[in-house]
Every structure is written in structure tokens, then in C-alpha cells.
Design a protein around this ligand. Structure first.
Ligand SMILES: [Zn+2]
Length: 400
């Protein structure tokens, strides 16, 4: 058994909740042993957690295969004590979900939209979609504890708005939380982050269980990375960390990018650029997912385009790997659905251009939650904020 560390100082109910939630404490005596709290103090904290519904006592329903050997009755986190709404907003497609408090997807739906739709057009559709999904999941709007949204480009965290993103023109500075008020009455917090960042967070139930330092490469219509170092998302001074799509690379010299500049990685490796290249080559496709479908079917041109894109992205990822020395590079996004040619290209440049030491134990792995990683990540973003110990303490105080 792993060495258990105790919580310093008198543990709050929120801290006791965290011990129960991550499975370290299953009984009152576990809580006592881990926190050093008296029996009476433990009882008081457990009572308020039971009352809140976040913790329940008893046998877990058989929703997952039993791991065996557990005591039949105990304290456990109640993932059904509420739901979070998750919305991964893209340029041409938005994925919506209703998730339980453990991040499990209860209902999900895709919205196909006009490329570049403005918030005033798209957000009402997002709200209608959430309403339908709540119904489908058999949950009420009063069950919603938080909303997590992602958008491409840099996000100003405090305002929950796009920050100077050249490709999200109509969205810049537009706060997204007010749109949700129509549904939630402003009762629940809304969190917004960048798409690659939330996809990195989706790995909390995945590769982050094994790796504390991880680079998530999102290769889709756009390109970006989400960075987790020592278990924490690294966002940078303005939240613009990981925007590698507009790194200048030699292969793109002189080529126009959708950001208005020339010479960017995206101009030779992003989904939008590959669609243009494929169309010039005579393939009647409109979206990167069409190209990926061709590649998966074995079309030689499509596989070549995807492989070369992987190689170009690998050039920039190689520098990032040298700077951050991650344990794993997780590959996700539409383009990565053509995993074999994409990763073959990525490996070529990554291993030849990053240092031998930085790549000695590096693993390259596919995204854990596949096409749902955006939704799972948005849920993880919201859950992380509303279920951390301090947030739970605040919620218990408010309930008093
Ligand atoms: Zn650019």
C-alpha cells in the first residue's frame, strides 16, 4: 500500500471530501487516521457531507466492473449528486454533453454550424442543445452545478472570453457566461478555457493517471498544445501558452495563414490548409474529417498529406519537448484520427530533432476519450473548479 500523507492542520469538510473522492478514505476511521481529527470532528464533517449529497454511505451500484476485495459498506463520493454541462465550441462544429460529477458522459450531441458563426447566433443553439440533453439524461436544470466551455485560441480566464484571437473575430472580448444565465439563472459558475487545454484536462481520467508531465497535441482544423507539468495545466502569463499553430517554420515560408500572417505552421499542417491542398489535388472535400476518412480508407494522397502534416507539427513539438521534457505526448483532434500516418510523420521529425535525452523515455499515445475528449475535458474543467476542497467548503457554508 502507498504511504498516506496526512492533511496538515485541522482538515475542513472540503478536505475530508477530497480524501473520500479520490478513494483514499473509505471509512470514518480512515478519515480520522489521515487527518488526525477527533472522532467527533470527523462525525460532524461527514454529517455535513452526507447532507449535501456529495458523499453517500453504502454499497456502490454495479456501474463499473467490481475490482473486488472492497468492504461492502463505506463512504463514497456520489457522482450523481449533480451534473455539469460541457460545451466544446469549434469553428465548424460544437460538441455538447451532460456529465456526472465524475466526468462520465450521460448524454452528448454534436451541433454542425456555419463556419465562423457569431456568439449571438451560436450560443442560443448551445442552450437549446443543453436543454435537450438534460431531458435525455433525465436530469433537471436545478441539478446543474457548473458549466465548462472551450473555444479555440487564447482565453481571458477572468472574463471567460476569447482574447485577441485572429480566427475567432466575432468572439473577442464577448463574455460567454451571460448567455448561460437564460438557462441557469446565473446560479452556477461558468468556466471557459482554450480547446487544447481542456483536452489535456480530459486526460485526468486517462494518461494523467500515469504521467505528471504531458504534452497534449491537438491537430484539427487548427493546431495547439495543452501543457501539463507536475500535474498542473501551464497557461502562461496571458493564457497563450501552447499556441504553436502560428510558430513560423521554414516549410511554410511565404505561405498565407488564416491569422493574417505568413509562414505559420498552420499554413502547411492545419486541417484547413490540408483541405485546400487536397482540393487543389482534385479531391472534392470540404472538411478535415473528409480527408481523414479518405486516409483511413487507404487513399495514398490523403495518407501522404496527413503524414507530412504530422512531420511539420513534429518539428515544432520537438522544440517544445526539449523545453518541457514531458513523459508523454498525447495526440488528439480530427487529424489524429488518421493515427498511423499522422504519428509516423510526427515521430520522424520529433525523434530526429528533439534531444536524445528528452526523447529517451518519451511515449507517444492516442487521446484516451477519442472524439469525446473535448466534452470530457470541458466537464473536467468545471468539476475541477466546483469540487476542489475550498469550493466544497464554500458551498457547504452557503447551504447553512
Ligand atoms: Zn498564423
Amino acid at each position: 500500500m502507498a504511504v498516506m500523507s496526512s492533511v496538515p492542520g485541522p482538515a475542513t469538510a472540503g478536505e475530508v471530501f477530497s480524501l473520500i473522492r479520490d478513494g483514499r478514505a473509505r471509512t470514518r476511521s480512515d478519515v480520522g487516521r489521515l487527518t488526525g481529527l477527533s472522532r467527533t470532528a470527523v462525525a460532524a464533517r461527514i454529517a455535513s457531507l452526507l447532507e449535501s449529497g456529495l458523499v453517500v454511505e453504502g454499497v456502490e451500484e454495479e456501474r463499473e466492473p467490481s475490482t473486488g476485495g472492497r468492504p461492502p459498506v463505506g463512504l463514497r463520493f456520489n457522482r450523481d449528486a449533480g451534473v455539469v454541462l460541457a460545451g466544446a465550441i469549434g469553428r465548424s462544429r460544437t460538441q455538447l454533453g451532460v456529465c456526472d460529477l465524475n466526468g462520465g458522459v450521460l448524454a452528448t450531441n454534436d451541433l454542425e454550424q456555419e463556419v465562423g458563426a457569431a456568439p449571438d447566433d451560436l450560443m442560443p443553439q448551445v442552450l437549446a442543445g443543453f436543454t435537450d440533453l438534460l431531458k435525455e439524461a433525465g436530469r433537471r436544470v436545478t441539478d446543474v452545478r457548473a458549466v465548462g466551455l472551450s473555444i479555440p485560441g487564447t482565453v481571458e480566464l477572468e472574463r471567460g472570453a476569447s482574447l485577441d484571437s485572429p480566427i475567432m473575430a466575432g468572439w473577442n472580448g464577448v463574455e460567454l457566461a451571460p448567455y448561460l444565465e437564460k438557462l441557469t439563472g446565473g446560479r452556477v459558475p461558468v468556466f471557459v478555457d482554450n480547446d487544447a487545454n481542456v483536452m489535456a484536462l480530459s486526460e485526468r481520467r486517462g494518461h494523467l493517471e500515469r504521467h505528471r508531465d504531458l504534452l497534449f497535441v491537438k491537430a484539427s482544423t487548427g493546431i495547439g498544445v495543452g501543457i501539463v507539468t507536475d500535474g498542473r495545466l501551464l497557461r502562461g502569463a496571458l493564457g497563450a501558452a501552447g499556441e504553436i499553430g502560428h510558430n513560423k517554420i521554414a516549410a511554410a515560408q511565404g505561405l498565407p495563414c488564416r491569422c493574417g500572417d505568413t509562414g505559420c505552421l498552420e499554413a502547411v499542417a492545419a486541417g484547413w490548409a490540408l483541405v485546400q491542398a487536397a482540393r487543389t489535388g482534385g479531391h472534392e472535400i470540404t472538411h478535415v474529417r473528409d480527408l481523414v476518412a479518405l486516409a483511413v480508407k487507404g487513399d495514398a494522397d490523403a495518407r501522404h498529406l496527413v503524414r507530412v502534416a504530422g512531420r511539420r507539427i513534429g518539428e515544432v513539438v520537438a522544440s517544445t519537448v526539449n523545453v518541457l521534457n514531458p513523459e508523454a505526448v498525447v495526440v488528439g483532434g480530427d487529424l489524429a484520427q488518421a493515427y498511423d500516418p499522422f504519428v509516423a510523420g510526427l515521430r520522424e521529425s520529433l525523434y530526429s530533432q528533439a534531444s536524445a535525452l528528452a526523447t529517451r523515455e518519451l511515449v507517444i499515445v492516442p487521446v484516451t476519450h477519442g472524439e469525446q475528449s473535448g466534452v470530457v475535458g470541458c466537464a473536467a474543467l468545471a468539476i475541477r473548479e466546483v469540487l476542489d476542497s475550498a469550493a466544497v467548503d464554500r458551498a457547504l457554508l452557503d447551504a447553512d
